[in-house]
Design a protein around this ligand. Structure first.
Ligand code: GAP
Length: 548
């Protein structure tokens, strides 16, 4: 990191230059709290979502996914309590009229208060007066703090008498569709409903790039469980010995660090409310590590009583140590039957299931709620490398890398370009995430690939035309080996999955690297016939077009 710039500024700049994240409406000056994914960022986002789906949905037998509307009628939020309670404390300067989130303002001045979230409006005003805090813009007097509801309000239809709101969480669609989904699943508890989608909060002071935004994306699961069976998770034994970091309420009051303990111990000591809850903390812990976050860099914080949301019996936030502070990336709530009962009351719909014994049950809900942009930000920060080379680069974990392979001809002449371009299509047909680059010196192209975290660079050179071998370069070490052209797809697949290491290639293709091309016959690609049949036509057409 350069001396003048903070790491955050550096990352923002890199994101702009490399097609990762752009400010919304940038050509019109941008708008605070809104960002968009560029080509590389969108690929990274999709990788993250795929990994999340694999880890939390596809590996379970009873979780379904829905995709709901983002504007919902007022009644939904009357029932959920968001109209009444979804607000932050706002103070305004009586001179220049600038507005501030009172607790954030206080955070910059108050070294005594431990938890600003729990302060009432009156307590905030008292502390602001005690510390003589003035308007940071003009030094003016700050007016008494009031509640500001964070939901974006809109009207539905031309008559403008029907109010609607942009949803502040994806969860509500799941609760209001509960009856239909439960019917579809034949009322068989337990079942989970997941949703990935946009949420909107009119934050008073959006900040820290992707951390506090006004439009962002969530990945949420509402797990519906018979409350009598909440301690009978069928896969409990598989995760109960897994160790997780927990910052208990006691640790917080004594200003201690988190403790590492098994999920079983957390349950036995009544730190976590039940097995279903513990199951998700275990899965999340595994998931966050897959994103490249070190075990010591994150923990589950048991929210204090005053901080716990109105709808929840227990909340554990997965907090991550960012370079500039601690950020909640996943919220875990034991929502009990609060939401279904509220919607039942307001809509008069029957939101229960009937057990095979004929018992009517309003299920309890365990909710893990992930913020996509905050996770993307920690992935970027952890993968960012600004010391080891003349260029900055991203060391993304294999599962997240936006591209697996770059194919590059050494030169554009002597048939190398055509050979490389055809090879690029062959790898694409094999299902590899591959990009092609023929412009500039080869070293520059390697650097460009590193800059967006491409795992391997494959170069077609003069020797490739003679002996059907290519060079493969490893992003993390920059080491290169020669491997047979027709084994490349298989090698890349094995490398990406971690079935072999890059160093293994040296031994396996020893003869080739020593100049003996007999080794070319050593490994044959196991082609996937179906994939070949369906994709060959497209590939051939493209190859012909380029070389004609
Ligand atoms: N349904 C529960 C719920 O929405 P939350 O703790 O308010 O709980 C869940 O939000 C996650 O959504 C957070 O852990 C965070 O990752 C993300 N999130 C919340 N507000 C955000 C914001 N303004 N900008 C970006 N991400 C946000």
């Amino acid at each position: 990191m350069s001396d003048q710039k903070s790491l955050q500024e550096e990352i923002v700049e890199v994101c702009l230059r490399r097609g990762i994240i752009f400010p919304t409406a940038e050509i019109y000056g941008g708008v605070a709290g809104f960002y968009e994914f560029g080509p590389v960022g969108q690929t990274l986002r999709l990788q993250l979502i795929n990994l999340w789906r694999q880890h939390f949905i596809q590996s379970e037998e009873n979780i379904v996914e829905i995709f709901g509307s983002t504007i919902l009628p007022e009644k939904v939020f009357e029932a959920s309590g968001h109209i009444e309670g979804f607000s932050d404390p706002l103070t305004q300067c009586d001179k220049c009229k600038s507005m501030y989130r009172a607790d954030h303002l206080l955070e910059n001045h108050d070294t005594e208060t431990i938890n600003f979230d729990v302060l009432t409006l009156q307590m905030l005003d008292t502390r602001i007066n005690e510390l003589k805090i003035r308007c940071p813009s003009c030094g003016g007097n700050l007016l008494p703090t009031k509640k500001f509801n964070l939901m974006f309000e809109t009207t539905i239809g031309p008559s403008s008498d029907k109010k609607g709101y942009l949803r502040p969480e994806t969860a509500q669609n799941i609760f209001i569709n509960f009856k239909r989904i439960a019917n579809f699943l034949r009322d068989k508890l337990p079942f989970g409903v997941a949703q990935i989608g946009k949420a909107y909060r009119n934050e008073i002071s959006p900040r820290n790039f992707l951390v506090r935004m006004r439009e962002f994306e969530q990945m949420e699961i509402e797990m519906f469980v018979n409350p009598d069976e909440i301690n009978e998770h069928p896969s409990w034994d598989e995760i109960s010995d897994l160790e997780i970091n927990i910052l208990t309420r006691e640790n917080q009051l004594k200003k201690q660090k988190f403790k590492r303990m098994t999920v079983q111990k957390a349950l036995d000591d009544n730190i976590i409310p039940n097995q279903y809850f513990g199951y998700y903390l275990a899965l999340e812990s595994e998931f966050i590590e897959m994103l490249g976050v070190e075990t010591s860099q994150f923990w589950f914080r048991h929210l204090l009583e005053d901080e716990t949301a109105h709808y929840s019996k227990a909340n554990f936030d997965l907090e991550v140590q960012f370079p500039f502070g601690v950020v909640e990336c996943v919220g875990n709530a034991y929502r009990t039957d609060y939401d279904l009962k509220k919607h039942q009351e307001y809509s008069k719909a029957n939101l229960f299931v009937v057990t095979p014994e004929g018992k009517k049950i309003v299920p309890h809900v365990i909710e893990p709620s992930f913020g996509v942009t905050r996770l993307i930000y920690i992935i970027l920060l952890n993968a960012y490398q600004n010391k080891s080379r003349d260029w900055t680069w991203f060391k993304f974990p294999n599962v997240l890398a936006p591209y697996e392979v770059l194919v590059a001809p050494l030169m554009k002449k002597d048939g190398l370009k055509e050979e490389a371009y055809n090879f690029f299509w062959e790898l694409k047909d094999e299902g590899i995430d591959v990009i092609y680059d023929e412009s500039g010196k080869i070293g520059k192209r390697y650097a460009r690939a590193d800059e967006v975290g491409v795992l391997y660079c494959i170069t077609i050179d003069y020797q490739s035309l003679e002996d059907e071998t290519v060079t493969i370069r490893d992003r993390d070490t920059t080491i290169q080996y020669r491997i047979p052209t027709d084994a490349t797809a298989q090698v890349v697949k094995e490398l990406v999955l971690g079935l072999i290491s890059f160093e293994d290639l040296q031994q396996e293709f020893e003869e080739i690297n020593a100049g003996d091309t007999k080794g070319v016959e050593k490994r044959k690609v196991e082609t996937n016939k179906t994939q070949q049949n369906t994709k060959k036509g497209r590939s051939k057409k493209k190859q012909n077009k380029k070389s004609s």
